[in-house]
Design a binder for this molecule. Structure first.
Ligand code: CA
Length: 220
């Protein structure tokens, strides 16, 4: 929806990047290559990637899930922040898009940490539950088809250990969530999801207005 944080002036956004972004060269080139893509808006902002890496490092994440890989930019930030034996289960349905990511993952030396599963994410997550992996993950990032956010969230919550964190992307949806004139299926799904999380006593939450809005939910 948006490739940069909402609500900042151009000048302030440039300042923020100039004074905080530490983007590895391979990731910068991956971001620039993706910017030419017709679905470029699906890529997260660089300040969000760095924030997620900071979170992964702070939480000591060794086992992570990503729902919605696209061209692999967010997966790269997460994998870079994990230790050498860290594992990211990356769920997507597009070989074409994830092939772009693979080239840069290899270049950044993190390909071995990323276990790409090309299938419907719900099937991949259900299989993990069936294989007895509930309660074993430290972190999950949900950034895929908005109308399925709820089942993705429920499955990720089951797979997370207590104290683990789910980050959910696009929860402000370009501002549409607060615009009564917008009522398409994606916007309605995100509104419903935000209302659900607000009431969900199983997690502690914070909605961070970074990029297109990122909700952090910590499993109690
Ligand atoms: Ca997104």
């Amino acid at each position: 929806m948006t490739k940069r944080s909402l609500g900042l002036s151009d000048g302030l956004y440039r300042y923020l990047l100039a004074h905080s972004l530490r983007e590895p060269d391979a990731l910068r080139r991956l971001r620039e290559e993706t910017a030419a893509h017709e679905y470029a808006r699906m890529q997260i902002a660089p300040e969000q990637g760095q924030f997620m890496a900071w979170l992964v490092e702070t939480l000591g994440v060794r086992r992570a899930i990503e729902v919605g890989v696209f061209t692999g930019y967010s997966a790269a930030w997460v994998a870079l922040a994990m230790p050498a034996d860290g594992k990211l289960i990356a769920c997507d349905i597009s070989k074409e898009w994830t092939d772009v990511g693979r080239r840069y993952w290899r270049e950044a030396g993190i390909e071995h940490k990323i276990d790409l599963r090309l299938a419907a994410a719900q099937d991949t997550l259900l299989t993990l539950v069936e294989q007895g992996e509930a309660g074993t993950f430290d972190f999950a990032f949900i950034d895929a088809d908005k109308t399925n956010y709820e089942p993705y969230y429920e499955l990720c919550l089951e797979l997370l250990r207590p104290g683990g964190v789910i980050a959910v992307d696009n929860v402000l949806w370009g501002g549409s969530v607060a615009d009564g004139a917008v009522n398409d299926a994606d916007t309605r799904a995100i509104r419903r999801f935000n209302e659900k999380l607000h009431q969900d006593a199983r997690v502690s939450i914070s909605l961070i207005p970074i990029a297109d809005g990122l909700t952090l939910a910590r499993k109690r």
